[in-house]
Design a protein around this ligand. Structure first.
Ligand code: UGA
Length: 433
């Protein structure tokens, strides 16, 4: 089937490439000319493992093309997927300007039936607003449907998540819309939940907020472990074996980041408040996450005392491994905090280094993980890239001034670190023996 994607960011581009891979004919559009030029020249504007090959393959097979024109998108296909950004406003509400703009543009271009599918993460009731907007701005009586089809891909494993989804959510309220979406997603072979639009919208916000809440929960538990000498890794393992709880997203650390969790927890809290619903778990989730970094900085100070004049080698800048994304990155916020207290930060990241060099000239970004330790008093691990887990600890010890590691992701085996003659301060692992 022919499908148009409006908004070719992480979600739009991955969705477009994967739909093409499954045999659909896809046109990905974006108002950003630079981005489209990059894509047309065979390059990628984002870093996502496997995406470049997938895009190249499907462009060559003539199943995937790019354009800056919404008009072309509307002329190209019946299903139009909205995949634009919904960044956070100062109030915590998401910015819905871009979603409304697409709805208005589509309305003005409507000459025959279209299915407008929202894939951007939006608050419940947005589908109803999109419908209202199209009705208001369209010229005549052209039929159309609105649907919600939220996305659950994770950066870094986006291709795998999209090609092999654990569920597909189809929120639609007409048979025609439901049938079209079922046909589109049929080749993915996943369990599809066909529901109403509001439920689909809520599934997305509730899922991301629940996962963020799990992380904040274990991070709060980690603070109790720190005080009592218990080990949060053991606690999480013991909890996770209960299938009702599950082990995923119970890794304690310096907190969650990225473009989604921080934004979605705030947005879900905001819409709940607007609807008059008291949902204190959401602000608490956000607050615990915010405080988690302060606890970690305090831990560093407890050990090495004054930060001013000290140099900390930092491994990791991206918000999680296998991405160059530093949006709302706890690692970057940690570096900023340490610098604001007078420390120097020498950082290495396998993917995000060049980006941070441009945005944060006060962070000394180097090109190798061991180089980050030269002249450093101690090492801070801020992102759980696997190359850090495999590091040569003898080399680490040789380069550091103090034999001390602050492991903000509980990445290293404390026993191995101890055997290498280093002291490891993790998160929620008590004081090192
Ligand atoms: C998240 C969701 O996992 C996806 O399902 C969703 O589609 C996506 O948001 C979205 O809404 O677009 P993503 O932001 O790519 O995906 O990253 P995650 O892998 O979920 O990690 C988020 C943050 O939580 C990272 O900073 C990670 O380090 C942290 N985290 C994760 C923990 O601190 N502990 C954990 O146990 C798990």
């Amino acid at each position: 089937m022919r499908i148009a994607i409006i908004g070719s960011g992480h979600v739009g581009l991955v969705t477009g490439a994967c739909l093409a891979e499954k045999g659909h004919e896809v046109l990905c559009t974006d108002s950003n000319e630079e981005k489209i030029k990059t894509l047309q020249s065979g390059k990628l504007p984002i870093y996502e493992p496997g995406l470049e090959e997938l895009v190249r393959k499907n462009v060559a097979a003539k199943r995937l093309s790019f354009s800056t024109s919404t008009e072309e998108a509307v002329a190209f296909a019946v299903p139009l997927f909205i995949c634009v950004g919904t960044p956070t406003l100062a109030s915590g509400a998401p910015e819905l300007y871009y979603v409304e703009k697409v709805a208005k543009d589509v309305a003005q271009l409507l000459t025959e039936y279209k299915l407008i599918v929202d894939k951007s993460t939006v608050p419940v009731m947005t589908g109803a607003r999109v419908r209202e907007t199209i009705e208001r701005y369209s010229k005549g009586e052209v039929p159309f449907d609105v649907a919600s089809c939220p996305e659950f891909l994770r950066e870094g494993s986006a291709i795998q998540d999209t090609l092999h989804p654990d569920r597909i959510i189809i929120g639609a309220d007409t048979d025609r819309a439901r049938a079209l979406l079922q046909e589109i997603f049929e080749p993915f072979g996943a369990c599809a939940i066909v529901t109403d639009i509001s439920s689909a919208e809520l599934i997305k916000h509730a899922s991301n907020s629940f996962l963020a809440m799990k992380i904040s929960f274990i991070n709060a538990v980690s603070r109790i472990c720190d005080v009592t000498g218990a080990d949060v890794e053991e606690v999480a393992r013991g909890m996770g074996l209960d299938p009702r709880i599950g082990e995923a997203f119970l890794r304690a650390g310096i907190g969650y980041g990225g473009y989604c969790f921080p934004k979605d927890v705030l947005a879900f809290g905001h819409i709940s408040e607007q609807l008059g619903i008291n949902f204190p778990l959401l602000p608490a989730t956000h607050e615990i996450n915010r405080e988690q970094l302060d606890f970690f900085v305090e831990k560093i100070k407890q050990e090495i005392w004054v930060l001013r004049g000290k140099t900390l080698g930092m491994w990791g800048l991206s918000f999680k491994p296998n991405t160059d994304d530093v949006r709302e990155s706890p690692a970057l916020r940690l570096a900023e905090k340490l610098i604001s207290e007078g420390a120097n930060v020498r950082a290495y990241d396998p993917a995000a280094g060049e980006i941070v060099k441009k945005t944060h000239p006060d962070i000394q970004v180097v090109g190798d993980k061991y180089e980050a330790l030269d002249g450093a008093d101690a090492l801070v691990i801020a992102t759980d890239w696997s190359e850090f887990a495999e590091a040569d600890l003898a080399e680490v010890k040789k380069r550091l001034i103090l034999p001390t590691i602050f492991d903000g992701r509980n990445l290293l085996d404390p026993e191995k670190v101890r055997k290498a003659g280093l002291t490891c301060h993790g998160v929620g692992r008590g004081r090192p023996k």
